[in-house]
Design a protein around this ligand. Structure first.
Ligand SMILES: Cc1cc2nc3c(=O)[nH]c(=O)nc-3n(C[C@H](O)[C@H](O)[C@H](O)COP(=O)(O)OP(=O)(O)OC[C@H]3O[C@@H](n4cnc5c(N)ncnc54)[C@H](O)[C@@H]3O)c2cc1C
Length: 465
């Protein structure tokens, strides 16, 4: 099957988006014999949304499965989910995603995804999460290659602006392809266009002007245009519009698309200060990356939404190397100067911290109880004086991973509209993930939701037209 030369304005199924959920849905619908068009807002080199930044997906399995060791049962998976969402989850949809994740592994392999065993630093996930060989970029490339071979009509630079809702039907989809406007009248529509985190004006409505200083870890194309358009036309929403998942990343990361490499793992071995060179939280609260996610919010709450991590020579080799080298100086004052911090105040903060450290045994990989005494806030583990030059520093900024607001779907991935279940509209991936993940995050679950609901949406839409 070859790619149609002309733009088909009346495909059986129109898929909005070009990441994991969209491509999975498109492939499933095509395999069911339907004519499918995919509209991806990004230009070809940047195709694949946030999915191309991913590393793994979380998978249920009753016994060893491919690269996954041991077993990871449905109940344990569900319990893990409840712990992070604190119960803010739809149990039926969550259990559906979990149960189907086992089948998803095989489907992904059959569609060109190659897995690899966990490497050092991620061994704790070797039972629960299957890592993509070549990362999410290789995954989306494999799906695009399959989509081309299958005769799916792929369009890049294709921005969907509006879906016309009439009662319970989508009657028309308006899009710009290379800035030329087109009107599509497909039989069914699957929206898989992610969240709205790349629209910092929208983030600012929840976070105030502070949001302008947030960095976006993923694609600049997930601006929530389709989500807003559908919510404005009465589609039911799920998820807290004021919440986003944010982590602390290297402050020198680009505004968009910094991806996974901009994370910094040195916080537990450091002293973290704000712009005024004051500490504000227990850096040693728990093993990294367990506390990784809370630091985004902590930094967001500081003046100018910035913080600084300070370590000394003794900790330099204890964490994953950073993509950008740290700022380095032989004195604390010199480091403060290079980081733009008040040097005398930084000296005072570090001296107070050092004076509160107590002798004891340091263990980099476990909670060692090496805590400060009489310091506010305390550092409850890995508290060793910062005295060994050279001294190193990094700036930290909040890096937004995703937003929670989405479309409400049912177990067939069908969107719920003002007049009840929509007749020809399905949603998959981040745009409906709030239906399952009301708060918190379970590593690898985003790709599970996208794959499972992408499959469901593709199959259901194909059966409908
Ligand atoms: C740095 C980083 C690392 C991550 N690591 C992991 C991980 O290891 N495992 C995991 O499970 N999750 C991870 N996540 C979360 C994961 O990326 C998402 O859950 C997942 O990619 C969502 O898939 P999706 O297909 O719904 O959205 P995306 O992959 O983001 O795709 C959305 C697509 O819609 C397109 N689009 C947007 N608006 C329009 C429009 N108006 N018209 C046309 N197209 C449009 C975009 O260009 C994009 O192609 C990570 C996220 C980030 C940022």
């Amino acid at each position: 099957m070859s790619k149609p030369a002309e733009i088909n304005l009346t495909p059986d199924i129109l898929v909005v988006g070009g990441g994991n959920a969209a491509l999975t849905a498109a492939l499933c619908a095509r395999e069911a014999g339907r004519y499918v068009s995919v509209l991806e807002a990004a230009p070809k080199p940047y195709r694949g949304g946030n999915s191309r930044h991913t590393r793994n997906f979380r998978c249920m399995h009753r016994g060893p499965l491919g690269v996954l060791t041991g077993s990871y049962g449905e109940d344990e998976y569900f319990d893990d989910l409840l712990k992070v969402t604190k119960g803010d989850t739809d149990p039926a949809l969550a259990k559906l995603a979990i149960a189907a994740s086992e089948r998803a592994y095989c489907w992904m392999e059959a569609h060109g995804v190659r897995f690899q065993p966990s490497l050092s630093g991620t061994l704790s996930l070797s039972r629960t999460n299957a890592f993509f060989l070549g990362g999410g970029k290789a995954l989306v490339n494999a799906y695009y290659a399959q989509a081309e071979d299958a005769g799916i009509d792929l369009h890049y630079n294709a921005h969907v602006d509006h879906l016309s809702v009439s009662d319970t039907r989508i009657t028309e989809v308006t899009a710009r392809l290379d800035e030329v406007a087109y009107r599509f009248t497909p039989g069914a529509v699957i929206v898989a266009s992610g969240g709205f985190q790349a629209d910092t004006n929208w983030l600012a409505r929840a976070w105030g002007p502070a949001a302008k200083n947030f960095l976006i870890r993923g694609t600049p194309y997930n601006r929530g245009v389709v989500l807003k358009d559908l919510l404005d036309q009465g589609m039911e929403s799920v998820g807290d519009p004021t919440q986003c998942h944010a982590v602390a990343i290297d402050g020198r990361a680009p505004k968009f698309d910094g991806g996974i490499v901009t994370r910094l793992d040195c916080v537990p071995f450091s002293v973290v200060v704000n712009r005024d060179a004051e500490r504000f939280y227990d850096e040693g609260e728990d093993i990294w990356p367990k506390r990784y996610a809370i630091w985004g919010r902590l930094v967001a709450a500081q003046p100018d939404q910035v913080a600084y991590v300070i370590i000394d020579a003794t900790s330099r080799e204890l964490f994953m190397p950073s993509v950008f080298p740290p700022v380095e100086a032989d004195t604390i004052e010199g480091l403060g100067q290079q980081l733009g911090l008040p040097g005398a105040k930084l000296r005072q903060t570090i001296d107070a911290f050092n004076a509160a450290c107590r002798p004891g045994t340091f263990h980099a990989t476990e909670l060692d109880g090496l805590a400060t005494e009489g310091l506010t806030p305390p550092k409850t583990n890995w508290a060793r004086p910062i005295i060994e030059p050279p001294f190193y520093g990094y700036s930290l900024r909040p890096g937004v991973t995703f937003t929670y607001l989405g479309l409400k779907v049912d177990e067939t991935a069908r969107v719920t509209g003002a007049g009840g279940r929509m007749d020809n509209l399905w949603a998959a991936g981040e745009i409906m993930a709030g239906s399952i993940l009301g708060q918190g995050y379970l590593a690898g679950f985003g790709m599970t939701i996208g794959t499972v609901f992408g499959q469901i949406a593709g199959e259901e839409a194909a059966a409908h037209v």
